[in-house]
Design a protein around this ligand. Structure first.
Ligand code: SF4
Length: 63
């Protein structure tokens, strides 16, 4: 499982970074999310779902 980000939607609110600071960062130039984790471990699925759920604009999804 991985996390995809839709940069057309991301508003740079950083909610995802609050939930999982090791998995996301904001671009220095554009304040849009970068997904740092390439694969979500099975035992951290709940954390990934929480990060996705807390995005206010629905820019993240699990695939
Ligand atoms: S929570 Fe959503 S809008 Fe905010 S930085 Fe993360 S992906 Fe972008």
């Amino acid at each position: 499982m991985r996390i995809e980000a839709d940069l057309d939607r991301c508003m740079g609110t950083a909610n995802c970074m609050v939930v999982a600071p090791d998995w996301f960062e904001l671009g220095e130039d554009d304040d849009q999310v970068r997904v740092l984790i390439t694969s979500v471990p099975d035992d951290q699925r709940a954390l990934a779902e929480d990060a996705v759920r807390r995005c206010p604009v629905g820019a993240l999804r699990l695939v």
